[in-house]
Write a protein that binds this ligand. Structure first.
Ligand SMILES: NC(=O)c1ccc[n+]([C@@H]2O[C@H](COP(=O)([O-])OP(=O)(O)OC[C@H]3O[C@@H](n4cnc5c(N)ncnc54)[C@H](OP(=O)(O)O)[C@@H]3O)[C@@H](O)[C@H]2O)c1
Length: 348
């Protein structure tokens, strides 16, 4: 746990989004950054995180602690890229052997229920704040169940990025995030507010685009309407968004039905989103060039997909509350079967 005004931050799940926000947070002089890396542990331990960002790409390269940077990267690339050198790189929470002020969860929301227990060694229920930066709805629930007293900050990011090779991060232009509390009735509201303000101040120092919002569930569910449609349909068809919408006269109406059913569930959960969102999201996708989706990329790479958190939770909540979701149910169950095959093949 940090002293002397320093803040100990752990990034858990060091892929594209984890690397981006590790970089953003590392810009604050108060932050002592640690990361948990899995498949990219070796390159990150050796080189830090190498950033190539369209929005932040021309900043000063931070000193590299550890092995000589010249031996690792050509000078040419140093002019173009940031390099974040985390204070510590761990393979697991158990290896870290300390408690953190903020644990930033940017792992893929797969087997989400198992993650809080894995983070128990680095979390102090009184002082740790979890920050969840993931797609999906219901992501916070396993954390609240395992750590009833902790503060949870929930975030919806529209930042686009990829990890083209382990330890390297490439950001495309889009950068935006909504941030809000997942309120804890058992906690002191002033403490929760102070932690939210402090985290927001770190994002401000990191020079990223974000807004603090009063009810983050609105943004979570709005994005899940987007993801439930485009991720699932581009994955099941292996088409881009526009090719799917133009594939038959019934493709757009089916997409709209799927979105409407997710909104029906959101409304039943008392999340105030409106049906006009469907027109907005169709117009938004039409205004973009044709795209695939992260789920389609995961499918093509044979990686497990975020099917449960994006489609499964809305379907199950709908079923619990008696909301009919025939289109969502069909698409979720077929994708869940495909996901099971992928997980068996990758022995997860
Ligand atoms: N990338 C984007 O443009 C984007 C935009 C908006 C939202 N998001 C959301 O942001 C979250 C992170 O996505 P990403 O694109 O950064 O994914 P990513 O590049 O695939 O990285 C995911 C990271 O999490 C690790 N990981 C996966 N499952 C884990 C688990 N159960 N426990 C611990 N670590 C785990 C992976 O380790 P291994 O490499 O060892 O598997 C990897 O380092 C997702 O919820 C995604 O939907 C992404």
């Amino acid at each position: 746990m940090a002293t002397n005004n320093q803040i100990d931050v752990l990034v858990y799940g060091l892929g594209a989004i984890g690397s981006f926000y590790a970089f953003i947070l590392s810009r604050s002089p108060r932050v002592r950054l640690s990361v948990i890396a899995r498949s990219n542990y070796e390159p990150v331990k050796a080189h830090g995180i190498v950033m190539n960002s369209e929005n932040h790409g021309q900043h000063v390269v931070r000193p590299f602690r550890g092995k000589s940077r010249q031996s690792r990267l050509p000078e040419e690339s140093l002019r173009l890229e940031h390099m974040v050198s985390p204070i510590a790189v761990f393979r697991s929470a158990a290896e870290a052997n300390m408690k953190f002020d903020y644990i930033i969860c940017t792992h893929k929301a797969i087997a989400q229920d198992a993650v809080p227990a894995q983070l128990a060694p680095v979390a102090d229920e009184e002082t740790t704040t979890f920050v969840i930066i993931q797609n999906g709805v219901g992501n916070e629930d396993p954390f609240r169940a395992r750590f009833p007293k902790t503060t949870i900050i929930s975030c919806v990011t529209w930042t686009g990025g990829v990890q083209p090779e382990p330890g390297r991060f490439a950001q495309i232009k889009s950068e935006d995030m909504q941030v809000g509390l997942f309120p804890n009735e058992a906690a002191d509201h002033l403490v929760e507010k102070r932690r939210l303000d402090e985290f927001a101040s770190l994002l401000t120092q990191g020079k990223t685009v974000f807004q603090v919002v009063p009810n983050i569930q609105v943004q979570r569910w709005e994005k899940v309407v987007w993801n439930a449609a485009w991720n699932s349909l581009t994955t099941l068809t292996l088409l881009d968004t526009h090719s799917w919408l133009d594939s038959s006269a019934d493709a757009t109406p089916l997409t709209r039905r799927l979105m409407k059913e997710v909104i029906d569930v959101a409304k039943k959960c008392n999340v105030p989103i409106e049906y006009e969102l469907i027109d907005r999201l169709i117009a938004k996708i039409r205004a973009l060039p044709p795209i695939g989706s992260s789920m389609q990329n995961d499918y093509k790479a044979g990686k497990p997909m975020e099917v449960d958190i994006i489609l499964g939770t809305p379907f199950k909540k709908g079923r619990e509350m008696g909301v009919p979701t025939p289109t969502l149910e069909t698409i979720y169950l077929i994708l869940a079967g495909v996901n099971l095959r992928l997980m068996k093949e990758s022995q997860l």
